[in-house]
Design a protein around this ligand. Structure first.
Ligand SMILES: [Zn+2]
Length: 701
């Protein structure tokens, strides 16, 4: 049976059209693809609207598209064209490789402006995207774009939920050093993004950033882990030996090579070769920059951007490193900034620094030199505090010393546990740490809150004179998206136990106790009014006060922070975890307390909550007559054998729980607080350890 040729032709056309989306173009390096397809708007184009990559850009661009490479880190200055390479890579993934991808910006606002100023204008003129682009309203939004065969997620890195659920092959973390070290107490952005790549045949993660402070820098830690740390080296026009552009006097006044100039004569700037000490001007550099190469510090890797191949130290082809970092991509490499202008910025920053303002210098080091900033302003040393604890009275944990009248407990919530620190407070806010607990559990599981925390908040302590004392206030941190709802539910029903729902606030220069707000969420996650009162704590103010007292108040009395030698060493490490540094904010520079990434600080967080509770109780302005009254009630009892009296805390509002309430926590019997004894015998100091192994359900890891 014959088939009409017209029908055959139309079948063949239909088959071709049907198979078209499956047709794979031969993969090409990103720089080659960009030369042919990455278009620029007319004003910034060099030739027919197509982009021309600079020699230094080709190195990281081709690393982006190389399937042998898993991770690419780029530590770069502003204005080296990095953002353009990210946009080109997004178009390349959508049109050429059909790979699912996500780009994270530090905040939702950053994401919005990135999409508006970079993604949308470029996607609109990129003709290579036409065959795969969809324009339906749901498929083309500011946070999500669907293409034929792939998707692009555009996300802010402030919310932990933005690191969940999506499945991608390519993860790009843009300006990662401006991202939080830990996102909503849950996960660091790098681990969060890499987790989304599971199952991808050619997973890829790309981190590019202007570096910021050394203590909080994500990129610096990733660069330290790289197999190949690449610097762009140019051949010296005089001796021919390759070397990177050095900072010279921009970092070191007595430098003999790198960028040098005479006095304040910015026009005299030249780059001096570290090998032959001959100088070149910026024009000489631009004549040889294309002959340069990215070469690893270890000498085992180099990338030939002309032949687009990886070479070893002897110019033989080799496989690419799996984890590569491109560093010191600083402004002197860019033809868009003159060298005298860089020197001018440096001289001005130096002047400001001499006048006491190091902000401009930090900006220069980060954004022009592409280096991390190391200066820190304040840090309390844990070993100094440990030594000081030895000089403090040797009082066992759990025992309230003489002079302490009020007890407050701060509870910090983590993904797999709660940590609680109890402080006793006396006149002039003199403080004594009296307890430290770690309770393992699952804060995401509502039922565990009552099981694990009720015994904690009902803890009774005994003072040195044998009086039983209950807590005058408990503050629970509700931050961390995985359990905010559960924390509210728990706090809502425990007002009578003086339990406060708290949240650290990033504001600066506010009082420790900020205005509370009524927040609560119902079962659908909507905020309802008059549910739980959420207390915001200005954490930086509290830390200023705490560290100031630790450093400056040297003898017991008003403002003194006592320590206890019976606390474990990590208690001291965590209390002193944070450093005061200057960081760039949305509106200029600010000094803040920050926790270096990977360092634990729960004891500090609990102590900040305890200081907030002292404010709530009004201990900072309690009159001496009231203190005297409180103290008298806790004095040695001259009639120790008399029947028990009213609890010593009439104003505490903490109902004395009957002894039978005090059941051991499930799985935590080993750390049950000392049994409550109604009569008051002479002090029997409880000797059991507060901190136990994990097998008991409570303890330190
Ligand atoms: Zn030379």
């Amino acid at each position: 049976m014959t088939v009409p040729s017209v029908t055959l032709a139309s079948i063949s056309r239909a088959v071709r059209a049907g198979l078209a989306p499956l047709r794979a173009d031969p993969p090409m390096p990103l720089s080659t693809w960009a030369e042919q397809h990455f278009e620029m708007d007319e004003e910034s184009s060099h030739r027919r609207g197509l982009w021309e990559a600079w020699p230094i850009q080709i190195g990281w661009m081709d690393a982006f598209s190389n399937d042998d490479i898993f991770e690419v880190d780029v530590e770069k200055a502003k204005r080296v064209g990095y953002t353009k390479s990210v946009v080109a890579f997004a178009e390349y993934n959508a049109s050429h490789r059909r790979r699912k991808q996500a780009i994270w910006q530090p905040t939702d606002d950053d994401r919005d402006s990135f999409v508006k100023s970079e993604i949308t204008p470029s996607f609109d003129i990129c003709r290579a995207l036409d065959p795969v682009r969809r324009h339906d309203r749901d498929d083309d939004t500011v946070r999500f774009k669907r293409f034929r065969g792939s998707v692009l997620h555009l996300l802010g890195a402030k919310a932990a939920r933005n690191f969940r659920r999506i499945t991608i092959a390519v993860a790009v973390l843009d300006e990662i050093d401006a991202m939080d070290t830990v996102v909503e107490k849950t996960i660091d952005p790098y681990t969060g993004a890499v987790g989304r790549l599971e199952g991808a045949p050619f997973p890829k993660v790309i981190l590019g950033t202007t570096p910021r402070h050394k203590l909080t820098s994500h990129i610096r830690r990733r660069v330290d882990a790289a197999e190949a740390v690449m610097e762009y080296q140019i051949p010296c026009p005089h001796c021919g030996v390759a070397h990177p552009l050095g900072y010279g006097q921009l970092r070191d006044e007595v430098s003999e090579h790198g960028m040098l100039w005479d006095d304040d004569d910015t026009a005299s700037v030249r780059h001096v070769c570290p090998h032959c000490r001959h100088a070149i001007a910026q024009g000489d550099y631009l004549a040889v920059w294309a002959a340069g190469r990215w070469i690893s510090r270890c000498g085992r890797y180099q990338y030939d951007h002309v032949r687009k191949i990886w070479l070893d130290g002897s110019e033989h082809p080799r496989t690419a490193p799996r984890h590569v970092a491109f560093v010191r991509a600083w402004t002197a490499y860019s033809p868009q900034r003159t060298w005298p202008d860089i020197v001018r910025e440096f001289i001005e920053a130096k002047k400001a620094q001499k006048a006491g303002d190091s902000g401009p210098m930090q900006g220069f080091v980060n954004e022009t030199l592409a280096e991390v900033w190391e200066e820190e302003y304040e840090h309390t040393d844990a070993s100094v505090l440990r030594k000081r604890a030895e000089t403090d009275l040797d009082i066992p944990l759990h025992v309230v010393p003489a002079g302490a009248c009020k007890l407050v407990m701060g509870i910090d919530t983590q993904g797999d546990r709660w940590e609680a620190v109890t402080w006793a407070i006396g006149r002039g806010e003199e403080m004594w740490p009296i307890d430290y607990r770690v309770v393992y559990g699952t804060p995401a599981d509502q039922s565990e809150w009552a099981d694990k925390l009720d015994p904690l908040i009902k803890t009774r302590y005994r003072n040195v004179h044998g009086h039983d004392m209950t807590l005058d206030g408990v503050g629970i941190d509700t931050g961390g998206t995985n359990w905010t709802h559960q924390a509210y539910n728990y706090c809502r029903t425990r007002n009578h136990f003086k339990v406060y729902a708290t949240k650290g606030d990033q504001a600066l220069g506010k009082p420790i106790k900020m205005k509370p707000s009524w927040v609560d969420v119902n079962s659908t996650g909507r905020t309802i009014k008059h549910g739980v009162k959420l207390w915001r704590i200005c954490v930086d103010t509290a830390k200023d006060l705490l560290y100031g007292r630790l450093e400056q108040v040297r003898k017991p009395g008003s403002g003194y922070v006592h320590l206890n030698r019976n606390l474990p060493p990590e208690w001291f490490d965590q209390l002193t975890a944070e450093h005061r540094i200057r960081i760039r904010q949305a509106h200029g520079w600010a000094e803040r307390w920050v926790c270096p990434s990977g360092v634990r600080n729960e004891v500090l967080d609990c102590t900040v909550i305890a200081m907030f509770l002292a404010q709530v109780l009004g201990l900072h302005n309690t009159p001496p007559s009231t203190w005297a009254l409180w103290e008298a009630r806790l004095e040695p009892d001259l009639f120790a054998d008399a029947p028990d009296k009213t609890p010593a805390q009439p104003d505490a509002g903490f109902p004395a729980s009957p002894a039978e309430d005090h059941e051991p926590m499930p799985g935590t019997a080993s750390v049950t607080p000392p049994p409550v004894v109604k009569a008051r015998p002479p002090l029997q100091v409880p000797q059991q350890r507060t901190v136990m192994r994990r097998t008991g359900g409570i303890g330190r890891r």
